[in-house]
Design a protein around this ligand. Structure first.
Ligand code: UD1
Length: 337
């Protein structure tokens, strides 16, 4: 019996595939390389001693999805495959809705047809917007500020509704800000074009590819005025999926949303400082205006992750910067697509 990892060539999916293998699971990856590289699959293969099945398919292709469930003995699904660029989702909403909702629906229907009743789903802390109370708990009000955010919320709703009436149990992991890379430096984040996220940009500055970082605002209501986020090491995050599958295997029923963060926030200026320590390089920056749509601060309440999943983050911001830098400095062009 195998775990199907959709989007398993992506940043979080590839690390999770390795963690699942290390925990004794057989893994089948499906990916269409819409925003990932075949070399990530090679890297996962190398780290798992070749023990990996891979299918290249688009989850919107119903026949292909059915084929995966017919050809492999799938017992659980970890669903990552989705578009994830906030600004792009504003420009191309229908493409985002079609892809993110359609992929989930295709996988869910194939699961139900084949009696597969355990799902771990990728969600995001974006569903909280700017929380009124910090740390933000899973019971906080949810909403969305972009089509991307809406797809995350709608997917949670779809899963919750299906779990209510069909034999399906699900854990929906609300990721905070994943950074870092596998300690082997063979797996990491490979943003295409110009990255939007802070840490890949910081690493490009450290590596000399970019002259300076633009810090989006120093007048937020935070200790140093820059935005605060809960950065979580991708290796810790991958482990949360293993823990979620264990909870499902133990017979948990229904659909549960669980935060995956460290529980403490770092400001943009603190991230820059940590990157300086990890890289030994200067990180020149300039303060510019706020980025439209950004929130001031968020970090996770971690009680549910600890109590329900038995999971908590082990790695801190220095580990994250060290591993992200090791990956970036050894693979400045990512997987070299
Ligand atoms: C962004 C997405 C969010 C997504 C998350 C995934 C937006 C508005 N939000 O969140 O939906 O789930 O990525 O990780 O795109 N910063 C700078 N300079 C930069 C880049 C970022 O100062 O060049 C700051 C931001 O203002 C923010 C922090 O760094 O305070 C983190 O930014 P980023 O990595 O883009 O993540 P989020 O904004 O939290």
């Amino acid at each position: 019996m195998a775990v199907l990892v959709t989007g398993g060539a992506g940043y979080i999916g590839s690390h999770t595939a390795v963690a699942l293998h290390d925990a004794g699971h057989e893994v089948v990856i499906v990916d269409n390389f819409a925003n990932s590289s075949p070399r990530a699959v090679d890297a996962v293969r190398a780290l798992t001693g070749g023990a990996l099945s891979f299918v290249e398919a688009d989850l919107l292709d119903e026949a292909a999805v059915r084929g995966i469930f017919e050809q492999h003995e799938i017992s659980e699904v970890v669903h990552f495959a989705a578009h994830k660029a906030v600004a792009e989702s504003v420009q191309e909403p229908s493409r985002y809705y079609r892809n993110n909702l359609g992929s989930l629906l295709g996988v869910l229907e194939a699961m139900l047809e084949h009696g597969v009743d355990k799902l771990v789903h990728s969600s995001s802390c974006t569903v909280y917007g700017q929380p009124a109370v910090l740390p933000v708990a899973e019971s906080a009000p949810v909403g969305a500020a972009s089509p991307y955010g809406w797809t995350k919320l709608m997917c949670e709703q779809i899963i919750t509704d299906v779990c209510a009436v069909r034999p399906l149990a699900a854990v929906m992991l609300r990721y905070f800000n994943p950074v870092g890379a596998h300690p082997s430096a063979t797996l990491g984040e490979d943003p295409n074009d110009i990255p939007n996220n802070l840490v890949p940009l910081v690493m490009q500055v450290a590596g000399g590819r970019r002259e300076r970082l633009a810090v989006f605002g120093d007048d937020y209501d935070t200790a140093d005025g820059s935005g605060v986020r809960d950065y979580v090491h991708v290796v810790d995050l991958a482990e949360a999926h293993v823990a979620a599958l264990e909870v499902l295997a133990a017979g948990h029923d229904g659909a549960a949303a669980v935060n995956v963060g460290t529980g403490s926030g770092s400001s943009v200026l603190e991230v820059i400082e940590a990157a300086r320590r990890a890289t030994g390089r200067p990180i020149p920056y300039e303060i510019v205006g706020r980025r439209p749509g950004d929130i001031a601060k968020t970090w996770a309440a971690t009680d549910l992750a600890r109590e329900f999943l038995g999971w908590q983050a082990k790695l801190d911001i220095d580990d994250m910067m060290r591993d992200h830098w090791r990956w970036h400095s050894q693979n400045p062009d990512g997987y070299g697509r």
